[in-house]
Design a protein around this ligand. Structure first.
Ligand SMILES: NC(=O)c1ccc[n+]([C@@H]2O[C@H](COP(=O)([O-])OP(=O)(O)OC[C@H]3O[C@@H](n4cnc5c(N)ncnc54)[C@H](OP(=O)(O)O)[C@@H]3O)[C@@H](O)[C@H]2O)c1
Length: 336
């Protein structure tokens, strides 16, 4: 995306206020105690969802968010706060097992992410932000996909097939990403402290998210009726928004970034509108990359669409599959 398009999107385009009902639906939103996730939960409460599960790593922040959403929307008891720390596989497995016992799950909105330049390893031995933004995000997706599919069969709706919506960003187009060729594997190479370039780590995780979502869609496509996905899987770029994402910035970097935000950032409420558009989009949005609330295939980076990108996509998926099978044997079988 060129700078002109960026400025136009940020300052001129205003995605419409979401109005499609979520009545009767159960929705999970990860990282919904603050930022875009919080405003997404608020919109979904306003639109009448039966139950909104706030998946948060900090329960007291989640409780504050719950009270804020319920008071501002006049929807007491609309939300539940569940613990979810994506840096811990045990936490993801516990969360998913609990979610599998829900009567229905209409949308899983995978919003939580971290942007850090500090290198440290998380549970499982991979770099922390890869674990949070990619490995655990897809672990949760694969564990709950059968529940979304089951909801599609048990509660058929002409307007609202269940959705798996993954938050991405235009910054996925920034990194060079030579690690896709590393014979050790991408996650292993990116978790090597000697060669990790943490300055571009957040964009790399967003690129991996795009590659993995596209491969997930292509794996499922071969196993379902063409043009009739029981679950709509898509990606959304919210545009540049005010939020806590850059919380680690300090000094001059913080000043410069805050000035840039003041000039160009959307409110988190407006960013959340684009998430709602993705989580209520029709079948035409399956596999799609959405910007400003509409499918925008042209916004996917040149690398992702290239032959190298397609090879990288397969490699990353295969490697992820091996990692996830180590965490919960059989999890990749949910695709069958
Ligand atoms: N802001 C933007 O300009 C922008 C643009 C495009 C896409 N996005 C995407 O939008 C999504 C939301 O970001 P945001 O801007 O709203 O950022 P944010 O305000 O920092 O919110 C991120 C959320 O993720 C949670 N989180 C972080 N690590 C976690 C972990 N280990 N386990 C569970 N939850 C965790 C945070 O919880 P804590 O509060 O406990 O840290 C917080 O609730 C992200 O996927 C981001 O990549 C943002």
């Amino acid at each position: 995306m060129g700078f002109g398009t960026f400025v136009y999107n940020q300052l001129v385009v205003q995605p419409p206020l979401p109005s499609l009902s979520f009545a009767d639906q159960t929705v999970i939103i990860t990282g919904s105690n603050t930022g875009i996730g919080l405003e997404t939960a608020r919109h979904i409460a306003r639109l009448g969802a039966h139950k909104i599960i706030l998946g948060v790593r900090n329960l007291s922040a989640g409780e504050t968010a719950r009270q804020d959403i319920e008071t501002s929307t006049g929807r007491p008891n609309a939300c539940e706060v569940w613990h979810l720390d994506l840096a811990s596989y045990d936490s993801v497995l516990t969360f998913a097992d609990k979610a599998l016992s829900l009567p229905r799950l209409d949308a899983l909105i995978e919003n939580a992410a971290v942007a850090t330049k500090l290198f440290h390893l998380a549970d499982g031995g991979y770099e922390h932000s890869l674990t949070v933004n990619n490995i655990s995000t897809f672990l949760l997706a694969l564990l709950l996909l059968p529940k979304l599919q089951q909801t599609a069969h048990s509660f058929p709706s002409r307007f609202h097939p269940p959705h798996l919506t993954i938050l991405t960003s235009q910054v996925h187009a920034w990194p060079q990403f030579p690690q896709w060729k590393d014979p050790r594997g991408v996650f292993t190479a990116l978790s090597d402290p000697r060669t990790a370039h943490m300055d571009e780590r957040y964009p790399v995780t967003k690129l991996l998210g795009v590659l993995l979502t596209r491969e997930l869609v292509s794996q499922i496509k071969t196993k379902m009726e063409p043009n009739n996905p029981p679950v709509i899987i898509n990606m959304v770029d919210t545009g540049f928004c005010h939020s806590q994402l850059s919380r680690e910035n300090k000094g001059v970097e913080e000043l410069a970034f805050n000035l840039f935000k003041r000039l160009f950032a959307r409110t988190t409420e407006v960013g959340a509108r684009t998430v709602l558009a993705a989580a209520s989009a029709g079948r035409e949005a399956h596999g799609g990359y959405m910007v400003n609330g509409v499918v925008a295939t042209e916004a996917v980076s040149g690398f992702v669409c290239s032959e190298d990108g397609k090879t990288a996509q397969k490699r990353v998926w295969e490697e992820l599959g091996g990692i996830l099978e180590g965490v919960r044997p059989g999890v990749m079988g949910g695709l069958k």
